[in-house]
Design a protein around this ligand. Structure first.
Ligand code: SAM
Length: 233
């Protein structure tokens, strides 16, 4: 799968692709990426990429011409173009899974007040928010999206591990423990030391449902209705 990222700060995104599990996925050819510097498509001698908003108000807006030049250079028409934005639809695990089926996605990293609406109207298929808050960098939002997507690709993470994660089946994941058995007076739950796989499975399921009910009850309703998950509680 290929990620093409349009950004004013390619070095920020490059370091992500060069680190950790992502670097391995790139090395093994599972992920390809291309970073396009929007500034290379600015058409004045100062290489200006932003301007004041029509109608007045605070901040600056990313100009359409450099963005259009960058998008045209990667043949964006005909590809899936994603614009991370706080005004988008909510990015979820299902959304990530859907994007993971697409061979190439093009991401536009916004800055300042965002990008000219005409670029969204002309090129963008998916305007998505990573959550109900505002951050200052489309690069960070793009990295969040890329990270959630690429780890679903075959060969990146063990399949069993993906199956049991939070949000994989609409629930939050159960708690994890590792050695030592007692830490600062707190013991690992007995069931996890029992070696009884069926009981462990049942305990984990119970913990998952209880946590979800306590912390994110709306997920239970969204994913299975009030009777969708049996906790015994
Ligand atoms: N004026 C915009 C608004 O109120 O919707 C906020 C712009 S924000 C300061 C700058 C850039 O960061 C955005 O263009 C977008 O690319 C990115 N960004 C900020 N918060 C985001 C979020 N919750 N989800 C996705 N992208 C976000």
């Amino acid at each position: 799968m290929k990620f093409t990222v349009l950004t004013l700060f390619p070095e920020m995104v490059e370091s992500y692709f060069q680190s950790s599990i992502m670097a391995k996925a790139v090395g093994r050819g599972i992920v390809e990426y291309s970073l396009i510097n929007i500034r290379d498509f600015a058409n004045d001698r100062h290489r200006t990429c932003d301007d004041a908003p029509y109608g007045g108000g605070f901040g600056m807006v990313l100009k359409p011409e450099p963005l259009a030049g960058a998008l045209d250079s990667v043949g964006a028409t005909g590809k899936t173009v994603v614009y991370p934005s706080p005004a988008g639809r909510l990015f979820t695990q299902e959304y990530a899974a859907r994007l993971a089926e697409i061979p190439e996605i093009v991401l536009i990293c916004g800055r300042y007040e965002g990008i000219d609406q005409r670029i969204i109207d002309l090129y963008v298929h998916e305007e998505v928010t990573i959550g109900d808050y505002v951050i200052s960098s489309g690069e960070i939002a793009s990295i969040v999206i890329i990270d959630a997507v690429y780890r679903l690709l075959e060969g990146v993470i063990t399949e069993g591990s993906l199956r049991e994660e939070s949000h994989a089946d609409g629930l939050l994941e159960y708690p994890h423990y590792t050695r030592p058995e007692v830490f600062h007076g707190h013991s690992v739950p007995d069931v996890l030391l029992s070696g009884h796989h069926e009981q462990i499975r049942a305990w984990r399921r119970e913990q998952s449902v209880a946590r979800t009910r306590e912390r994110r009850p709306e997920l239970l309703t969204r994913n299975g209705g009030s009777d969708g998950f049996d906790t015994g509680s």
